[in-house]
Design a protein around this ligand. Structure first.
Ligand code: BTN
Length: 226
């Protein structure tokens, strides 16, 4: 059983994921590291994650009974959808794990493996949720969508409660997690994006087809030209 209980909080840090990676040996399983501001927030595929005050930026450390990294990413995505639903936001997952509302990004997840001598030691899941912070035009926030200012602490508490419940359930029935993840994707199998028909969806890649040729892609930007 996982109990997310320990919380380490910073006003400012380079990146909560980096902190966890550097200190995982001294941190307990299930520790959450939270920061009001990140000076070097990181996104997927080496991108920068702008992390100004007002957003919810945190990482969770997993050290025991490890599952595949995708398990934690999907679990976090499904948990985010659930708490957003409680805030009356019907968000969706843009493959593989971005949380979107009406074409704009609300949240991103960065799962990283910590390994030593080729052996996985721990997994860190970093979550960035735009709550009351400013966002670029292609992003949105809980404040923008609802017009209401929610406390970040409250949202984090909701996340932890839901995550713990889902964690217990989906560890027993991981296939149901994949079903829930697929059901909540914006683009589904057989959809067409810019002439590419989606033939297969996995957590790591998509198989798409155009003009009779199959292509394996690892980023949705390869289809959108972004
Ligand atoms: C993405 O959409 O590319 C993933 C963004 C993940 C951002 C979070 S914020 C907390 C944690 N610390 C980081 O440096 N990144 C993740």
């Amino acid at each position: 059983m996982l109990e997310i209980s320990k919380l380490i909080s910073f006003d400012k840090i380079n990146s909560t994921n980096t902190y966890v990676k550097e200190n995982y040996k001294n941190l307990d399983n299930g520790t959450i590291v939270l920061a009001k501001v990140q000076t070097q927030g990181r996104g997927r595929l080496g991108r920068v994650w702008i992390s100004q005050e007002g957003g919810l930026w945190f990482s969770i450390l997993f050290k025991k009974n490890l599952k595949h990294p995708n398990f934690y990413t999907k679990l976090s995505a499904i948990t985010l959808l659930s708490i957003l639903k409680n805030l009356k936001i019907s968000a969706k997952i843009k493959w593989p794990n971005d949380i979107f509302f009406k074409g704009k990004k609300l949240s991103g997840i960065l799962t990283e493996i910590i390994s030593k001598n080729g052996k996985v030691q721990a997994i860190v899941v970093g979550i960035g949720l735009n709550v009351n912070n400013e966002t670029p035009p292609e992003g949105t926030s809980v404040l923008k969508v609802t017009g209401k200012k929610f406390e970040n602490d409250l949202i984090l508490e909701m996340f932890i409660d839901k995550f713990n419940i889902y964690y217990k359930f989906f560890r027993l029935f991981p296939f149901l997690l994949t079903i829930a993840w697929k059901k909540n994707l914006i683009f589904k199998r057989n959809d067409t994006i810019n002439g590419y028909k989606i033939k297969k969806i996995t957590s790591e890649y998509l198989i798409v087809e155009k003009n009779g040729l199959n292509k394996k892609i690892k980023s949705i930007h390869e289809l959108e030209g972004g």
